[in-house]
Design a protein. Structure first.
Length: 312
């Protein structure tokens, strides 16, 4: 599978409209869309989720790379910009590294904000091939859910409360942090055709749910949740499989499971790996630093804050 890393839904127009609706300060930057984050004393930094993304064609790539650095230096001087937080793909990250050396700027590894590894399913394959590439256990669980009468359907924003109920249950059960209710509600209510809510139902009760993104040639599994009851029905497996088939009907070329990590999320990673696919690894999150003095102060305070928060 040839993975297209010159497009990502986190750099799309519709996603930044959703961020703006949540109160983020958003704008265009050469090769990327960005969120401006405030720092003390009137300083700020930019966050470029899964960006920048430079064009595939070599000359355009080099031109955009130069424009990106020129804009960064200009804004750093005029707008008290301390650093840009980047999440470029592997190819573009190498170019940024080299350019950083010639520009005599610092590029510092920081805490990953987006998952460093994800799993991509090639939807250009025939459905029969995708079925054969499922793990034996996943294939069995899908058939079990069908046999037991689990039904899958696309929901609407009016059913958001069902999703939120399951999301809170899942967060407590699996001991992981979840976003606030307004974040998920904003996705569902303002996402239009790009963001969809899907449910698994058994005996008139919603027992699993997911939020999925459809962005051009890409489909993405954003959030999933399930009830503590009826877990033996394997509803999440059937839910995932039906949305994968829906993405294929929509002529999506790939299905992104959006984040795997054997150490941090072993159960979730096993679940996703059961559907097959190819691992894509990003370099991670890096800070392109202009104001080194302020950045070092910021990093020290950030470290202290994160340590203190553990005791709260």
């Amino acid at each position: 599978m040839k993975i297209n890393t010159h497009h990502h839904f986190l750099q799309s127009d519709f996603w930044f409209k959703l961020l703006a609706a949540e109160g983020e300060r958003v704008f265009d930057f050469p090769g990327a869309k960005a969120c401006a984050k405030k720092l003390p004393l009137g300083y700020q930094y930019y966050y470029l989720p899964r960006g920048p993304i430079f064009p595939a064609e070599k000359m355009e790539k080099e031109k955009t790379l130069a424009e990106f650095f020129e804009a960064f230096k200009t804004k750093a001087k005029s707008e008290k910009l301390v650093f840009c937080r980047l999440e470029a793909n592997a190819e573009d990250f190498l170019l940024i590294q080299e350019k950083t050396k010639t520009e005599k700027l610092s590029l510092k590894k920081t805490i990953n904000l987006q998952p460093q590894k994800t799993l991509l399913l090639d939807l250009t394959k025939d459905l029969d091939v995708l079925t054969k590439e499922l793990s034996q256990k996943t294939r069995y669980n899908i058939r079990l859910a069908e046999k037991k009468g689990v039904k899958i359907f696309q929901g609407s924003s009016e059913q958001f409360s069902d999703f939120w109920r399951l999301m809170k249950i899942t967060g407590e059960r699996d001991n992981f942090g979840i976003h606030g209710e307004k974040h998920y509600q904003n996705l569902v209510e303002r996402g239009g055709e790009n963001i969809q809510l899907w449910f698994a139902q058994f005996a008139e009760k919603i027992i699993a749910a997911g939020i999925f993104c459809f962005a051009g040639e890409q489909a993405v599994y954003l959030h999933g949740a399930s009830d503590n009851e009826y877990r033996n029905l394997m509803a999440p497996h059937l839910l995932q499989w039906e949305v994968i088939k829906e993405a294929k009907k929509r002529a999506c070329l790939s299905y992104d499971f959006y984040g795997i990590d054997e150490k941090k999320w072993p159960g979730v990673t096993r679940f996703k790996n059961g559907f097959g696919g190819e691992v894509l690894e990003y370099p991670g999150t890096y800070d392109l630093v202009f104001n080194v003095v302020y950045y070092n102060i910021y990093q020290n305070l950030r470290t202290v804050y994160r340590k203190f928060r553990k005791f709260l």
